[in-house]
Design a protein around this ligand. Sequence first.
Ligand code: DLL
Length: 415
Amino acid sequence: MTYQYWNQKMETLPRPELEAFQLAQLKTAVSQALRTPFYKERLGKAGIVNADAIKSLADIRKIPFTTKHDLRDGFPYGFLSIPRDEVVRLHASSGTTGTPTTIYFNREDLSRWTSFVARSIYATGCNKADVFQNMITYGLFTGGLGFHAGGEEVGMLVIPSGSGNTTRQFKLMQDFGTTVVHATPSFLLHVESKMREEGISRDSIKLRKAFAGAEPYSEDTRRRIEELLKIDVYNSYGLSEMNGPGVAFECQAKNGLHLWEDGYIAEIVDPDTLEPLPDGETGELVLTCLCREATPMLRYRTRDLSSFYTEPCVCGRTHRRLHRITGRTDDMLIINGVNLFPSQIEEVIMSMSEAGNNYLIVVEKEGVLDRLTVKTEVGEDIFMDDSRQRQVRTSSPVSPSGRGSRVSGSTISAM
Ligand code: DLL
């Protein structure tokens, strides 16, 4: 197989040069971070007052970790390192308590992010001859606009179809000869079952590839989608705190996700001790963003569990590969691609006066899609409220077909 590179020099840079590049970028990122109220204080406490504290890549360990909590506490502008009028876009994802975590971009940040997504798309063998249907949510979520821009950068014809509405998705595929789609793996499975249901023949569409990510899935699921839809599926990993998609992506070898190390420094740490683990061992992925000025992000604890491959890839790229994400170190759920913390559900329940203290979150598969049901205990108040809606009749008889019920000798019927 011949492998194509979007930026051959950077993608195949010998490790010593790649690491020298990372060190220079890390120093820049630290200087930039010191311009934000959050890092000025956090780094200051760790004795880092300028980039001179970073003399080697190993010095990254002097930098304290950043968490989603920190981002939430710094909302809205605590992590902004440039004047507000230089910001051209923001993306946000929901936090644990409803306060969103927000990432700002200046024009150059967007262009750097776009080039990482374009590189990822190109690594799967796509080119300007492809018709790309972006079947994922646009808006504050980074998957829509991130892939949209990357697809355009590659020169593909981009159809901004967004997620959902499967019947319309088929129509677009047939009308415009879509060759590549981007979706969550669960939506791809849903598309396949709808295709069968609606009697759409495989021959009526030209699909040959899909980028699937934004939620965890197994190798078996990948194979199932590939066999059912007769396409190649490439795993795509990213997170809003690191711009969005385009952090790590599979190449045509489909054997692990190349983490773009000229844009991100990756560490795998023991989630309990936070000590670094050697390549090959599974732990929490910690990422430092080297490609964004407006919102610096140093040693961000992703909570995602993964490990690095130890041997190089056959494609010739020098950037290390991650194994697919095997789990998380927190309780975040991803329901049909949407991130959700149990604490967010709890917040809603607790704001309802009718709700009791205990609740149960049930996540099931309904066909191929996720279905979330929340069962909650009802509080004492509900009976009080309910009884206010009811008419207490002490004399009239209860008809057998009526909706009344006998409570403590009184007949209560719903009004
Ligand atoms: O999901 C960005 C993205 C968009 C990635 C489109 C890929 C495609 P967030 O909403 O911030 O950003 O969610 C990030 O989703 O920490 C993982 O837990 C999970 N995740 C993302 N990609 C994968 C994947 C986008 N390929 C969180 N496998 C991350 C497993 C994934 N989990």
